[in-house]
Write a protein that binds this ligand. Structure first.
Ligand SMILES: Nc1ncnc2c1ncn2[C@@H]1O[C@H](COP(=O)(O)OP(=O)(O)OP(=O)(O)O)[C@@H](O)[C@H]1O
Ligand SMILES: [Mg+2]
Length: 253
């Protein structure tokens, strides 16, 4: 079972877009069993799938706060065969404070997911921060994918994550954790974007994805309708790019 986390402390770098659409692609096109886990209190994984996250009873914070629960207890089915989701909503904002005094606070997510069966892929979506929630994700996942929007501060964020991954590996003994891929996103043909892309190629020669996710309004529109790109406009350029990236992630096992 591959456990992949989309991580970047920088907001709006396309973590949720990639997590949801790649997960949905694996389920729809490859008949794989996929569990999407939203770890962001904004609840945008559920929202992108048209689910009511505000009134959801079974959420990831419920799972984290109850040691007796397992992922299967809080999973929601989606309309896509093979794609399940664990929803997050505002209740997750309490987690860092309520877990602050627990000795196992960094390990809660991993503890719940240990021994999970029935899925080929578990895909975690992260919040735009590198706090306790993200440490939990890094300890539960095996692979990290960093989407990087090609904007001015993008490289700062990348350096922060690489440093956090290094310290998690060292301080928590998670040697198997790897940054599998760095994905350039929201590309437009401007001098600045090309310069940042050049720097990413220099810093991550082996890990930079071949697929560059260009700016494509159909991707944004799909989310605003609570649909994946495969449902909204599977023939769009946006779908084409996301398909190429999903195939790359599959091969990168
Ligand atoms: N290729 C694209 N072209 C145009 N818009 C896009 C593209 N990919 C994503 N978007 C839009 O950009 C916005 C930010 O994307 P997304 O929510 O996936 O980022 P994020 O990293 O999850 O943000 P946050 O850190 O706030 O969780 C969304 O409105 C999304 O629909
Ligand atoms: Mg997000």
């Amino acid at each position: 079972m591959r456990k992949i986390a989309f991580v970047n402390e920088k907001g709006g770098s396309c973590k949720t877009t990639l997590a949801v659409n790649i997960g949905a692609y694996f389920a729809l096109e490859k008949s794989l069993r996929v569990l999407l886990v939203d770890m962001d209190a904004q609840g945008q994984v559920g929202k992108s799938l048209g689910l009511d996250v505000h009134n959801a009873e079974h959420t990831v914070s419920f799972l984290l706060s109850n040691p007796d629960l397992r992922p299967h207890d809080v999973v929601c089915r989606t309309r896509i065969q093979g794609l399940d989701v664990i929803i997050a909503n505002k209740s997750l904002t309490d987690f860092p404070l309520s877990a602050a005094n627990d000795a196992d606070r960094e390990w809660k997510l991993k503890q719940r997911f240990d021994g999970l069966r029935g899925y080929d892929y578990v895909i975690f979506d992260s919040p735009p921060s590198l706090g306790l929630v993200t440490i939990n994700i890094m300890l539960a996942a095996n692979e990290i994918i960093i989407p990087v929007s090609l904007t001015y501060f993008a490289l700062d964020g990348c350096a922060e994550i690489m440093e956090t991954v290094r310290s998690v590996k060292e301080n928590y003994g998670r040697r198997e954790l790897r940054v599998a891929m760095v994905v350039p996103t929201l590309y437009r043909n401007t001098n600045l974007a090309n310069e940042i892309l050049g720097k990413l190629q220099e810093y991550f020669p082996d890990r930079l994805a071949q697929t560059i996710i260009r700016f494509n309004v159909r991707i944004d529109e799909a989310q605003s309708h609570g649909l994946t790109i495969w449902e909204y406009d599977p023939r769009s350029t946006g779908a084409e790019m996301l398909r190429d990236l999903a195939e790359e992630v599959l091969l990168n096992a």
